[in-house]
Design a binder for this molecule. Structure first.
Ligand SMILES: Cc1cc2nc3c(=O)[nH]c(=O)nc-3n(C[C@H](O)[C@H](O)[C@H](O)COP(=O)(O)OP(=O)(O)OC[C@H]3O[C@@H](n4cnc5c(N)ncnc54)[C@H](O)[C@@H]3O)c2cc1C
Length: 542
C-alpha cells in the first residue's frame, strides 16, 4: 500500500509553487498595474525556463519560471537595475528567459541573479530588449505555459501545475490499486468500510486543506482532486471523504476556538476519527432556517432536544462527534436565532438511528439522529451564538465545489467505462462504437467531463486564492449544478451503452447510475443552486 504523508507531499508542492507576472509600466500604465496586482497567485505548470509574454497593447508581460530557490538558499547576484530587491519575487540565477513578442517572435536572454521571495509585492527592473522599453514589474500571478516547441499555450488562471498533477496521479494510482478491487464487496455490505477509510487516512487524504498545526496539508484544489479520483472509483468512498472534511473538519477549522481545534482536529485530520454535521431535519432541508431542534442554556450547559435526518458519517465506529444547528433563541424580528453546537457521540440522550436503506451510496454511512435532553458543556458552542446558520451556509459553498468534484469523478468513470465497452461490444458485426448513435453520446460525455473540470477547478482556485465571496458563491453553485446534473446524464448514457448488462449489479456502471442521483440533492438541491444563481443575477426570485 502506498503511504504518503500529506504534509510531506505538500512540502514539496509548496516549494515549487512560485509564479511570476512581469508587466511593463508606462507613466499612464498605473491602472493596468493595479489591475494586475489585485490578482492573486495561482500555480500553473512550471516550465523549464522563464517565459515572458510581452503584450504592448496592454503594457503587459506575463511570465513563469521553474521552481524558485527556497527562501533559505543564497541569492548572490542581485538583478541589475532592480530598484526594490527586498520586495521582489525570486527566480533562479542565470535563468534563461524566453520573451514572446505579440507577433510570436521570441528571444532568449540570460537573467543573472535572483529576486528575493515576497509574494504579492512588486519590484521593477528595466528590460531594454522589449520593444516598448519600459520598466518591467514582477508580481505574483498565474502565467501562460509554453509548449515544448516554444509556442505559447494560453492557460486559464486555475491551470493545474505539475504538483497537482503528480498528486492526482498518486491518488489515482492508490484508488485503482487499493480501493477498486474491493468496492463491489464494500457496497454490497451496505456500510462505510473502515478498512477503506483507514487506507485513505494513511494516504493523508483527510488532512487535505486542513490547518497545518493539526496535521492538515495541501489546498482546497488538492482536496477536490482527491475527491474526484476517489469518486471515479467509488462514489460512496468519495462522499465519505468529502463529508468528513467538508462537513466534519471544516466547521471546526473555520469557526472553532483554539481549545476546540486542539481537542478535535488532530484525530479528524489524521482520519482516525470522523465528524458529521447535522443541519437537515425532517421538516427542514432546503429551508434549513426552519430548524426545530432547540438548545437551551442551563447550569453552564446546552440542553438539546430535537432530531436530524440524512446525516453522513454520523454512525460509524470511529465517529467522534456531530455538530448540530439548533434554535437558541428568538430574534427581535421574531426569526429564530440559530447556533451550532458540537455534540460528542456517546453523550447521554444522543441516539443514532439505524442506517437508511438508500438507493445508492451504499458504502457510505447515513443515519437519523435524535436528541433528548442532551447536555453538553457551554464551551461546545461552535463560533458565535446566533451565527450557526450563516456559518453553515459559508461552509456549504466549499462543499458544493467538492460535490461537483465528486460528480466529475462520476462523469469520468462513465466516460471510461462506456468508451471501453463500445470498443469491445459488437452488434451487427461491428463494435457498437462504430455506430454514431453510440459514439456521439460518448462524445457528449467527454464534453461534460471537460466542462465540469473547468467549472470545478476554476471555483477551487477562487477558493484557494481569495476570490470575492459573492463570485465564489456563484462559481460554486454553477459548478455544483452543472457537474451533478451532467453526472446523472452521464450515468444514464453509460448505462444505456451497456444495454442489459448495464442493469446488472456486477457492472460498475449500474452502481454509478444508482449513486449519481444523490449528487443533485446533497448539500443543496439543483433547484437551490438555480435559486442562488438567479439571485446572483439580481432576479427577485423567491
Ligand atoms: C445521502 C444523503 C446524505 C445527506 N447528508 C447530509 C448531512 O450529512 N448533513 C445534513 O445536514 N444533510 C444531509 N443530507 C440532506 C440534504 O442536504 C437534503 O436532503 C437536501 O438539502 C434537501 O432537503 P430535503 O430532503 O428536506 O428536501 P426539501 O427541502 O423538502 O425539497 C424537496 C423538493 O423541493 C424543492 N424545493 C425546496 N425548496 C424550493 C424552492 N425554494 N424553490 C424550488 N424548489 C424547491 C427541492 O429542490 C426538492 O426538489 C443528505 C441527504 C442525502 C440524500
Amino acid at each position: 500500500m502506498l503511504q504518503i504523508g500529506s504534509a510531506a507531499l505538500f512540502k514539496i508542492i509548496e516549494l515549487s509553487q512560485r509564479l511570476i507576472q512581469v508587466s511593463t509600466f508606462r507613466e499612464q500604465g498605473l491602472p493596468t498595474l493595479a489591475d494586475i496586482t489585485n490578482q492573486k497567485c495561482q500555480l500553473a505548470a512550471l516550465s523549464r525556463s522563464l517565459v515572458v509574454h510581452v503584450d504592448h497593447m496592454r503594457n503587459l508581460v506575463k511570465g513563469e519560471t521553474e521552481p524558485f530557490a527556497a527562501q533559505d538558499e543564497l541569492q548572490p547576484h542581485p538583478v541589475p537595475g532592480m530598484k526594490n530587491p527586498s520586495s521582489a519575487l525570486s527566480f533562479r540565477s542565470e535563468e534563461t528567459a524566453v520573451f514572446v513578442e505579440p507577433d510570436g517572435s521570441q528571444r532568449c536572454v540570460e537573467l543573472p541573479g535572483e529576486f528575493s521571495d515576497a509574494p504579492g509585492s512588486i519590484a521593477h527592473h528595466a528590460f531594454p530588449w522589449t520593444k516598448s522599453r519600459h520598466d518591467v514589474y514582477v508580481n505574483v500571478n498565474y502565467a501562460d505555459k509554453v509548449s515544448a516547441d516554444g509556442k505559447s499555450v494560453m492557460t486559464s488562471p486555475f491551470a493545474l501545475g505539475e504538483e497537482h498533477n503528480d498528486f492526482r496521479a498518486a491518488v489515482a494510482d492508490f484508488a485503482a490499486r487499493d480501493l477498486a478491487p474491493h468496492v463491489e464487496r464494500w457496497n454490497a455490505a451496505h456500510e462505510a468500510p473502515l478498512e477503506a477509510i483507514k487506507l485513505m487516512a494513511d494516504l493523508g487524504l483527510f488532512g487535505l486543506g486542513g490547518p497545518e498545526e493539526y496535521g492538515g496539508a495541501g489546498d482546497f484544489t488538492s482536496l477536490c482532486i482527491a475527491i474526484e479520483e476517489i469518486g471515479k472509483v467509488d462514489q460512496s468512498l468519495g462522499i465519505t471523504l468529502e463529508a468528513a472534511v467538508g462537513l466534519g473538519i471544516n466547521p471546526i477549522a473555520h469557526f472553532g476556538t483554539a481549545e476546540q481545534k486542539a481537542r478535535w482536529l488532530p484525530d479528524l485530520c489524521a482520519g482516525r476519527a470522523l465528524a458529521a454535521f447535522g443541519l437537515t431535519e425532517p421538516e427542514a432541508g432546503s429551508d434549513a432556517g426552519a430548524t426545530r431542534t432547540r438548545a437551551v442554556r442551563r447550569d453552564r450547559k446546552w440542553v438539546i432536544n430535537g432530531s436530524k435526518q440524512f446525516i453522513t458519517n454520523s454512525g460509524t465506529d470511529i465517529t467522534l462527534l456531530c455538530t448540530v444547528t439548533a434554535r437558541t433563541g428568538t430574534r427581535d424580528n421574531g426569526k429564530p436565532e440559530i447556533s451550532a453546537i458540537i455534540v460528542p457521540l456517546g453523550t447521554p440522550g444522543f441516539e443514532v438511528g439505524p442506517s437508511y436503506a438508500k438507493l445508492g451510496w451504499h458504502a457510505s454511512d447515513t443515519h437519523p439522529l435524535t436528541f433528548t435532553d442532551v447536555r453538553v458543556p457551554e464551551d461546545h458552542l461552535l463560533g458565535e451564538r446566533g451565527y450557526g446558520y450563516q456559518q453553515f451556509l459559508s461552509i456549504l459553498d466549499d462543499g458544493r465545489v467538492a460535490i461537483a468534484a465528486l460528480a466529475l469523478g462520476c462523469i469520468r468513470a462513465c466516460l471510461d467505462l462506456a468508451t471501453q465497452y463500445a470498443m469491445q461490444r459488437t452488434a451487427f458485426g461491428v463494435p457498437i462504437g462504430r455506430k454514431q448513435g453510440v459514439a456521439f453520446q460518448i462524445a457528449d460525455l467527454d464534453v461534460m467531463a471537460a466542462a465540469a473540470h473547468q467549472l470545478v477547478y476554476a471555483a477551487a482556485a477562487m477558493r484557494d486564492h481569495g476570490g470575492r465571496a459573492e463570485e465564489f458563491k456563484r462559481a460554486a453553485a454553477i459548478a455544483k449544478l452543472y457537474a451533478t446534473e451532467s453526472a446523472v446524464s452521464a450515468a444514464r448514457i453509460a448505462t444505456q451503452v451497456f444495454g442489459g448488462y448495464g442493469f446488472m449489479e456486477e457492472y460498475p456502471v449500474a452502481r454509478f447510475y444508482r449513486d449519481a442521483k444523490a449528487l443533485e440533492i446533497g448539500e443543496g438541491t439543483s433547484e437551490v443552486q438555480r435559486l442562488l444563481i438567479a439571485r446572483g443575477l439580481g432576479l427577485p426570485v423567491e
